[in-house]
Design a protein around this ligand. Sequence first.
Ligand code: HEM
Length: 492
Amino acid sequence: MKHIRLRRDYRNITYLPISRVPFVGNIHQFDKRSHVFSSLLVRLAKLCQQQQEQGCFCLWYSVWPMIFACTGQNLATFINNSKQLVKSFDYTFLEPWLKTGLLTSNNAKWRTRRRLITPAFHDTQLLHNFMIIFNEQACLFARRLDECIRTGEKGKAFDMFPYISSCTLDIIAETAMGEHVDAQSSEGKNAFVTATGRVCGIINQRIRSPWLWPVWIFDRVPLGREQAKNLKVLHDVSRKIIADRIATFNTEHTNSVNDKKGTRRLVFLDSLLAQMKSEQLSLDDIQEEVDTFMFEGHDTTAAAVNFACYLIGSHPDVQAKVHAEMDAIFSDDRERPCTMDDAQRMIYLDAVIKESMRLLPPVPAVIREIQEDFVCNGQIIRKGTTMYIFIYGVHHDPNVFPQPERFDPNRFYESTEVSEERSPYAFVPFSAGSRNCIGQRFAQLEEKTILSTLLRRYTFRATQTIDELELCFEAVMRPDVPIKLIVEHRQI
Ligand code: HEM
């Protein structure tokens, strides 16, 4: 009965030109190949932006409806609604690793945690420490690229992603836990680094494979056992680091706060430990938040930097402008660390980063479970429905971004009337509302530091078109075909 009522309620948004089979829904059209399924979503988003007022489409996972919101206008009606902040079933796949940390928790627990953790992301002393870490790791990354250019065949294209990913992993491990995991120097020999990469891969694979969703099946198959083995490595490491930090916290904490040249840099973990007593956080509570930062703060920024390098490398005119901005800020100094002031002066690079995240958003969708009936642009959405905030679709709405497939940083650079009139929900790479990304400022500073370090030294040349990348909408967007860039030293 419930299904019949839902079918009636959603009939206006299910007319799209793909057929639905009773009790199967659209499952038969969900291609196993992630990039093929992703391009179906892109096609449907385009159609509903052209033809519909509601700006959303519905796919049926058997008898369960999944609604994809594809315009900023329909996000506005529910993204800020305090009753619609609950994450969907999909996030339970993260729980074996993150338990119920900030990303996966809901309701009262999420509210308390968000209140506790937010100040750490606005702490100037912490951000200052983080800038030092960003710079150290970005320089190490540049040295690795130098080596690559020196030893590789000159002018040969290669995949930069593994280098970028090790850099962002080193950064998040040091800023979250104060720990050097040496992803950039250990060449895959560090068990923690290997386990992080493997667990992220397994989670994505499980999301794509419905037969692995039931816990009682997943725990018994080789993939589930492999995840458990790798998670043990991750949990053992983060638990030991936290325990060690607690043991020395009381004595060293005062030094670090009072003396900026203290022996140890304050990191997120210290901020949580400081609240441990007053807010009665347990060791488990702290561990789930540290693990959450490790997950959310590593792959997302790596994808963002990778896509930005690719798009810069595909547009020589844009690259020339970024180079000119770098020269204006740093003149010909390739080594000076990037400061907060420098980052603020990178106005064009800022527009390039934003336009990259519009065209290729690192998180292509976020998913909520509707908690009570509500009306969105005249369309009733029922309690229990899975609602996708389809960030990729929203960013490609031609009514807001004319010629949406064109990479044009001027959309964010020149403050035109159009951009001022744009809805705040038309560009949401970090989601929006009270459940947005807590690490947004951190990520922007990290990206600017890494990109300015690279763009002072190198020129990128892309060798593929966007279509050739075969984009896959997973928890973090990834190209199915690795992005290959030619990296050369800049001629001064
Ligand atoms: C370019 C990089 C990043 C992008 C594009 C990004 C994007 C997002 C998005 C879209 C969400 C909403 C997720 C959802 O509702 O399911 C989110 C949440 C979150 N992000 Fe990020 N993120 C980035 C970097 C970071 C970093 C560096 C950190 C930590 C240091 C971080 C920590 C978090 C956390 C903890 C949440 C959950 C917030 C909550 O539910 O209250 N993110 N991020």
